[in-house]
Design a binder for this molecule. Structure first.
Ligand code: 13P
Length: 247
């Protein structure tokens, strides 16, 4: 089964109109592999600007949202607002949302259901902390996180699963390709056993954590790695090399 390679930049809380504008100019004029689906995760305040600046062949993602449509939730944004800005994706369950802002699996699950009900797509993030890997419970942790997503997903064609080991994020310590492949394969097996064979075969599972122009090719060559979620390098022209990792 062929899964379309998916590369999502996550700009996190970085950039301004000037620097993101430059970056988008570079992306718009770059030669990118047309068989790759590319999405840029913009800070919420720039969604409108990003959607109107970025070439239409690139998708736009919000980096988070709330679990309900509207109301007295100061500081939050809804999927309807994201859609209104022309973006079609939301990153949910990112390790920084979990570990810096204390988001629970339950909350992430509710957000997932609400985002999908509103016709947006989800980049669903899972990943173990260093102490969890060292304790030998990586699979247990990522399976439990995936279950909270799975309980809230009806149509998996609208979801990309992102495996981001927390110890690899922003550390320059990319997971060794075979080690990442092992987790991706286990996640696919979990989906086959707990959702369906078809979903296990078709869902794209992307890797995130210090992906660079230098590390992307070997990672992208692994059987169950269907793309990347890229932080730091997505703010640089190097992002183009990562998009083209399969060429
Ligand atoms: P880095 O690529 O900067 O390690 O960030 C990964 C990440 O968290 C993407 O969501």
């Amino acid at each position: 089964m062929s899964r379309k390679f998916f590369v999502c930049g996550n700009w996190k809380m970085n950039g301004d109109k000037a620097s993101l504008g430059e970056l988008m100019k570079t992306l718009n004029s770059a030669k990118v592999d047309p068989s790759v689906e590319v999405v840029c995760g913009s800070p919420a305040v720039y969604l409108d600007f990003v959607r109107s600046t970025l070439d239409a062949k690139f998708g736009v993602a919000a980096q988070n949202c709330y679990k309900v449509a509207k109301g007295a939730f100061t500081g939050e944004i809804s999927p309807a607002m994201i859609k209104d800005c022309g973006a079609h994706w939301v990153i949910l369950g990112h390790s920084e949302r979990r570990h810096v802002f204390g988001e629970s699996d339950e909350l992430i699950g509710k957000k997932t259901a609400h985002v999908l009900e509103n016709g947006l797509r989800v980049v669903a993030c899972v990943g173990e902390k260093l102490e969890e890997r060292e304790a030998g419970i990586t699979e247990k942790v990522v399976f439990a996180q995936t279950k909270f997503f799975a309980d809230n997903v009806k149509d998996w064609s609208k979801v990309v699963l992102a495996y981001e080991p927390v110890w690899a994020i922003g550390t320059g310590r990319t997971a060794p390709p075979q080690q990442a492949q092992e987790v991706h394969e286990k996640l696919r097996e979990w989906l086959r056993a707990n959702v369906s064979e078809a979903v296990g075969d078709s869902v794209r599972i992307i890797y995130g954590g210090s992906v660079t122009g230098g590390t992307c090719k070997e990672l992208g060559g692994q059987k169950d790695i269907d793309g990347f979620l890229v932080g730091g390098a997505s703010l640089k022209p190097e992002f183009i090399d990562i998009i083209n990792a399969k060429q």
